[in-house]
Design a protein around this ligand. Structure first.
Ligand SMILES: [Cu+2]
Length: 177
């Protein structure tokens, strides 16, 4: 598996844990064209009729002078047993990628593009600061209070419309999703 390794100062890593605009900040110094190709195996999910509900959809305001930001949501199955999030689109953005980042034992942040994500009945598929996120490239600047529409594409449920509220802080705790 190819990974993009970013060495970050400890202060930024701690800030990331505190839920700052880590994703956008992390990407600020990166050459976006150099993102590694995604080479995870795509999970196999049974084809069936499903219904997906999206909650807690929000997006960070753009950091000043940058055109990259991050968006989050929680997806639940309201019908069916499993589904696969294939991709995301955001109206007005040039491109949206599914990303995650993790920290290894030595405090090195690893950030990479990820492939399709499974949604099952055991709990919501959560995109949240410090974990999975949608990386939004080339969207005209958004500020707190804006609303941005988009689409999440699932294997079984098809295209699900979503409205992201632009806000600096998460709308509640993940445990409430
Ligand atoms: Cu990212």
């Amino acid at each position: 598996m190819r990974r993009l390794i970013l060495s970050l100062p400890l202060t930024l890593i701690l800030a990331a844990c505190g839920g700052s605009s880590e994703e956008a900040e992390t990407h600020a110094g990166m050459n976006h064209d150099a993102m590694p190709a995604m080479d995870d195996a795509t999970p196999v999910v049974a084809r069936e009729a499903t219904s997906v509900e999206i909650r807690a959809a929000w997006m960070r305001p753009h950091p000043q002078g940058r055109d990259v930001t991050a968006a989050y949501f929680a997806a639940n199955l309201t019908e069916g047993r499993e589904d696969l999030l294939l991709s995301a689109r955001i109206d007005g953005a040039e491109r949206v990628e599914l990303h995650t980042h993790t920290m290894d034992e030595s405090g090195v942040m690893q950030m990479r593009e990820i492939g399709p994500q499974i949604l099952g009945t055991e709990g919501p598929l959560v995109f949240t600061p410090g974990g999975r996120h949608l990386m939004v490239f080339g969207l005209p600047t958004v500020v707190e209070g804006d609303e941005v529409t988009g689409t999440l594409s699932f294997q079984n449920a098809g295209d699900v419309a979503v409205t992201f509220r632009v806000m600096s802080m998460p709308p509640g705790q993940v445990s409430e999703y």
